[in-house]
Write a protein that binds this ligand. Structure first.
Ligand code: CA
Ligand code: CA
Length: 305
């Protein structure tokens, strides 16, 4: 019997902490390897799905220097615009915003593609995602105008749109065809004041994305998918991560009297106290005090905020 060694192209995926609270920054990072050697010139597609099954993030990142590489299909341009495609830079919350995405198929055959636009506000919070299934003829350039509502929970200021092209959605095993395109636009009309939490320390791994989930996002178990295609090899993987609500001590994703009384029992404690309860330490400073009570107050009544 002949035994052939199989190449092992692998994607490993993790988050920087076992759980996060809403309004924190989350790192999704990983390693791409071929036969245990790090691959430093590949693209990785990442899709994050919230507890309701809705995708909130689709991004493509690189594992290193990808300059000078040729791509089968590439995003040539992404421009914020009105519904007719005329360039427009400013959108009000509550209305639709539009993005004109130009995609080029460098291949010698027709390709089915999935084109996505993922928008963020100035706090690096994902605020919208849309996608479009299309066919692009060999060696041609195509344009598509994608629209998505700008939510009232977006923060005023500079927004960013990221456009990508895949064989299928990353969560369906689709691979990125080319590097990400991006554009800036302005968000106005919001009454929401947002914070930009400091990014955590850069974790290990040869690729990563990071994002902020605002107080208006769903709490619960999220799933991040990653996919890559490299010299004919393909790899997919996923990891789950938990997003908790500050103020929720018992993990029912509600903030109510039960949580307030639990916090009361743990009041003024540190890890050496008999009444210490780490699930009340929402800011992670190893003491249960007014800062934690303030956070509970801020989310009081969740999920109704
Ligand atoms: Ca609770
Ligand atoms: Ca604390």
């Amino acid at each position: 019997m002949n035994v052939y060694a199989q190449d092992d192209f692998r994607i490993e995926l993790a988050t920087d902490k076992p759980y996060h609270y809403l309004d924190q920054t989350i790192y999704v990072y990983g390693n791409l390897t071929l036969n245990n050697n790090t691959v430093n010139d590949a693209l990785v597609g990442i899709e994050v799905v919230n507890p309701k099954g809705t995708s909130i993030i689709i991004r493509t990142t690189a594992t290193g220097d990808i300059s000078g590489k040729n791509w089968l299909i590439e995003i040539l341009n992404v421009t914020p615009c009105d519904m007719y495609g005329n360039p427009r830079n400013t959108f009000k919350v509550g209305e639709l915003c539009f993005f004109n995405v130009t995609v080029k198929n460098n291949d010698i055959e027709i390709r089915n593609v999935f084109i996505s636009v993922n928008i963020y506000d100035s706090t690096n919070t994902p605020i919208g995602l849309t996608g479009f299934q299309a066919q692009i003829y060999a060696n041609t350039t195509g344009q598509v105008i994608l629209s998505l509502p700008l939510p009232k929970t977006a923060v005023n200021g500079k927004g960013k749109a990221y456009a990508n092209v895949y064989s299928l959605r990353p969560k369906e095993g689709g691979k990125p065809y080319g590097p990400e395109g991006s554009a800036e636009f302005n968000i106005t009309g919001s009454t929401v004041v947002g914070t930009t939490p400091p990014p955590p320390q850069t974790p290990n791994g040869n690729f990563h994305i990071f994002f902020h989930l605002s107080p208006y996002h769903e709490a619960g178990t999220h799933r991040a998918f990653a996919s890559s295609m490299y010299n004919g090899y393909t790899a997919v993987n996923y990891t789950d991560f938990l997003v908790k609500v500050p103020g929720d001590t018992n993990g029912d994703f509600k903030v109510d009297l039960i949580d307030l009384s639990t916090l009361g029992f743990a009041w003024w404690s540190t890890p050496n106290s008999p009444n210490w309860n780490p699930s009340c330490d929402f800011n992670g400073d190893k003491r249960i005090d007014g800062s934690d009570l303030n956070m509970l107050g801020r989310y009081w009544g969740y999920p109704r905020i």
